[in-house]
Design a protein. Structure first.
Ligand SMILES: Cc1ncc(COP(=O)(O)O)c(C=O)c1O
Length: 372
């Protein structure tokens, strides 16, 4: 077999859960000369992206901000704007990113309790409800959750979690980094307080921007928050947004790219985006199972963005990944943390089509014929 990695570099194909493939029309936007970020031209593009963010998160009540930062920056923004040192936080941990949310809260002086699910599972709703009902003195101020846990591919029922948290009264911070733009999220209807996401996932642009939604209830927390903040300060971003600008220099080129990707998303339509991700997930999972592969998550918990797969007995994850890469120039991801070298992960979010899934399945079949 020819070594495609060497001879056809431009055909490299990312099937990892971010960064995801970027449409050519979006890439072209990145090549524009930058414009001044205080110009009317930029303000118009920026404000249209803010409106599109609200469209995507189905919210009229929350503010939406764009940070020049990766997703973790938005996680830190969420924590530092609503907490004070000593506040009690309940972190629902379904993997690496759920743990990271708790760790950021710890770094800002919060007292964090983590409830941790087994790998590939989500937190049992009954356990959460029981935990919250035992908190008679309402000491838990904030609950954090990862909607689609990228390290395992497990998706929590965010609507039900939000309902439980709302009836307790705590503030809910939701990491929607690999779910926004792939899975239905209704910020207003479900009562989500702070929601964060990142550009390199369902948004179909490269890594570099993150997004955050702030509900009226989260603003009440902001007023009392004593954690240090400057770059992330919601108040600074809100003041600037009211003047149709940003407090600091934004990544102008990426905002142009974002505007283009929103145009594509709106042309496809919200419902169609969600249906496509659901269809790709269902087809990939069925095809992998037909090949005799075992998946980490059960169908009921499966994220529409990423699927984690066990290697067949006797085959190393490193050999599988290198076969995808060397023979086919397809990149798939390793497991992370305790799942490193125990699973491999295929991302199917953002600019991914039915053809990509069929191709990935056909390649997967060939790879295992060769490796077994
Ligand atoms: C669910 C989730 N949360 C948070 C992050 C962190 O985002 P970043 O790596 O952009 O800082 C990621 C990144 O993959 C993620 O998948």
């Amino acid at each position: 077999m020819l070594n495609y990695t060497r001879i056809m570099r431009d055909k490299s194909f990312l099937m990892i859960p971010g960064p995801t493939p970027v449409p050519e029309s979006v890439l072209v936007e990145l090549a524009r000369h930058p414009v001044g970020h205080r110009s009317k031209e930029f303000s118009d593009i920026f404000m249209s992206c803010i409106e599109s963010l609200k469209w995507l998160g189905k919210t009229k009540n929350s503010d939406a901000f764009i940070y020049t930062a990766s997703g973790t920056g938005a996680m830190e923004a969420a924590i530092s704007n609503v907490l004070s040192p000593g506040d009690k936080v309940l972190s629902l941990v379904t993997g690496v990113f759920g743990k990271r949310f708790g760790q950021i809260a710890q770094a800002f002086g919060a007292t964090v309790e983590m409830i941790t699910a087994d790998p590939g599972k989500v937190i049992d709703l009954k356990i959460l409800e029981q935990k919250l009902s035992l908190d008679k003195n309402k000491e838990i101020k904030v609950v954090t959750i990862t909607h689609s846990e990228t390290s395992t591919g497990a998706a929590s029922d965010l609507e039900k979690v939000a309902k439980a948290v709302r009836s307790h009264g705590a503030l809910l911070l939701a990491d929607a980094v690999t779910s926004l733009g792939c899975m239905n999220i209704e910020i207003d209807n479900w009562g989500l307080d702070v929601v964060i996401s990142g550009s390199q996932k369902g948004f179909m642009i490269p890594p570099g921007l993150s997004f955050i939604y702030v509900s009226p209830k989260a603003w009440e927390y902001y007023k009392k928050s004593k954690c240090p903040k400057f770059y992330w300060d919601f108040g600074k971003h809100k003041k600037s947004l009211d003047e149709e600008t940003t407090p600091f220099t934004p990544n102008v080129s990426f905002v142009y790219a974002l505007k283009k990707s929103f145009e594509m998303m709106q042309k496809e339509g919200f419902e169609n985006i969600i249906k496509r991700h659901d269809r790709l997930k269902t087809r990939l999972r069925a095809g992998l199972k037909e090949l005799g592969l075992k998946l980490l998550c059960e169908d009921k918990d499966a994220s529409a963005a990423i699927t984690a797969i066990y290697p067949p007995d006797g085959i190393l994850v490193s050999d599988i990944r290198s076969a995808y890469k060397k023979d086919w120039d397809i990149t798939v991801a390793n497991g992370q943390d305790i799942l490193k070298d125990k699973i491999f992960r295929i991302g199917h979010l953002g600019f991914v089509s039915d053809r990509d899934i069929e191709m990935t399945l056909a390649v997967t079949k060939k790879i295992f014929e060769k490796l077994t």
